[in-house]
Ligand binder design. Structure first.
Ligand SMILES: *Cc1c(COP(=O)(O)O)cnc(C)c1O
Length: 458
């Protein structure tokens, strides 16, 4: 113990470090960070069993506090998305645009008619959304919750608590961020009955497992991977017929779930929600911020009697969205219903041609400073981006990128300076070069991008 104490003797005190820092962040927050950093230093010293000088320790700890301050101030900053990943979970998925923001101002500032009717009585916060969703999907009823993971949980808990949910072994997907179908089924209070094999599941496999305890036949969209080769999965229409025959609801977790035909943009992978409903599926769930281009939320559509059970479930209270989410979703769905998808940022990004992107790349390079063009080699190349968030994993999104490299500086260092810059830019490193994919950069951000690249000059 005496030896350990002497190892720690040179560690500065909290107030010593605090004295060196000037920021307007709350003192208690700084103290919290400093304590955590000191704790970490103690662990490091103990592990290495080596004392460090006071000045070295002070410098290390000070640098770490500055790092925490910088990160704290930076989180929620606007970031120019140069990754080419259109629905980037780390960047908040679908961007919503100016028009949605304007509609937010008054809903956030004032009291709003969220849950009252014309007589002033308590009404239904989902009313207008329900009608829009019914008209867009052909379903009898609809409900909105905080995200699609919550939607799946609510559906299964409402329909299958204490009973059995049948899932194909080929569809026991993990979406990332700890959403795994088997775990969600368990959390819902249901028992999962697995059918088929990883690569092949037949209708008879489902048929054989149906008992009087079967409450749901669950189909999960394998949205973030593809099994290729000797495969067989049961057609959703066939599964729906089987469910109907046995009076067991068929639930489809679509994940992305498109309301707009993405063939318009040259993609063909994603089923339309209305087609899935037409096949006779009882309930379908999907995210509001994937291929809909709206706010983060989960949408449930389906049979009125089943949605009715979900409305009565006390779990709904824990996962219902606030006024702001519901308003943005209403505006987004209205645009889709009116055929005005060109007003939604997601579809603006998707609809640009590679020629347009190429022209934009050229205009960026023309506007760069002579210093930058001298210090870095900057060129244009074709590239491919992705949808991201597990949507359409096999579809590549054709794009054009700015390529930046330097003989003096590593790609990693340029990458970090771009992230730290104002404006902040998230790029991609590929073959020791920086790639800034223009598919995910809005035309209105090009001047900021030029500024960010110019700021790289030494
Ligand atoms: C994305 C996804 C989820 C989770 O949706 P969130 O909106 O992120 O909660 C669930 N299931 C599938 C099939 C998905 O693709």
């Amino acid at each position: 113990m005496a030896q350990t104490n002497s190892l720690f003797r040179n560690l500065p005190s909290v107030s010593e470090i605090l004295g060196k820092i000037s920021t307007d962040l709350p003192n208690d927050l700084l103290v919290l960070w400093i304590r955590e950093i000191l704790q970490q230093s103690r662990r490091n010293i103990q592990k290495k069993n080596k004392a460090l000088s006071k000045s070295v320790l002070l410098e290390q700890i000070y640098a770490e506090v500055q790092n925490r301050i910088q990160f704290f101030n930076w989180q929620f900053a606007t970031v120019i998305n140069g990754t080419g990943v259109i629905l980037h979970t780390g960047l908040g998925r679908a961007p919503l645009g100016q028009e949605m923001l304007d509609s937010q101002v008054s809903v956030m500032k004032n009291y709003v008619s969220l849950e009252i009717d014309f007589s002033g009585k308590r009404g239904d916060r989902f009313a207008s959304l329900r009608d829009l969703l019914k008209s867009l999907t052909g379903a009898d009823d609809a409900l909105v919750v905080n995200n699609n993971a919550a939607a799946v949980l609510l559906v299964l808990n409402s329909l299958a608590d204490g009973k059995e949910v049948v899932v194909s072994r080929g569809e026991q997907v993990e979406i990332g961020g700890s959403f795994r179908i088997p775990d969600v089924v368990r959390k819902s209070g249901a028992t999962m009955i697995e059918v088929g094999t990883t690569n092949r599941t037949h209708l008879e496999d489902y048929q054989k497992t149906i008992t009087k305890n079967t409450a749901v036949l669950l189909q999960a969209h394998t949205s973030n991977f593809r099994v290729q080769g000797f495969t067989k999965s049961v057609d959703l229409g066939e599964l729906a017929s089987l469910g109907k025959k046995h009076r067991i609801p068929v639930v489809s977790d679509l994940g992305s779930g498109a309301l707009v035909d993405l063939q318009l943009f040259g993609f063909c992978d994603e089923p339309l929600v209305k087609d899935v409903i037409k096949l006779g599926v009882s309930v379908a769930t999907f995210s509001g911020d994937k291929l809909i281009g709206g706010p983060q939320c989960g949408i449930i559509v389906g049979k009125k009697s089943l949605i009715g059970k979900m409305k009565k479930n006390s779990l709904l209270r824990a996962i219902r969205p606030d006024k702001s989410t519901l308003l943005i979703l209403k505006k987004t769905l209205l645009k889709i219903a009116q055929g005005k998808i060109q007003n939604l940022p997601l579809f603006q990004l998707l609809s640009r041609t590679t020629d347009e992107l190429h022209n934009q790349a050229e205009s960026v390079i023309r506007a760069l400073s002579p210093e930058i063009l001298e210090q870095f080699s900057i060129s244009i190349d074709a590239t491919t981006g992705q949808f991201g968030s597990g949507s359409m994993p096999t579809e590549e999104v054709d794009s054009v990128a700015l390529i930046i490299k330097s003989s003096q500086e590593s790609a990693r260092s340029i990458f970090e300076r771009l992230v730290h810059g104002t404006p902040s830019v998230l790029s991609r490193i590929h073959n020791q070069k920086i790639l800034i994919d223009l598919r995910t950069v809005f035309p209105s951000e090009l001047n900021s991008l030029i500024e960010a690249i110019n700021n790289l000059a030494r």
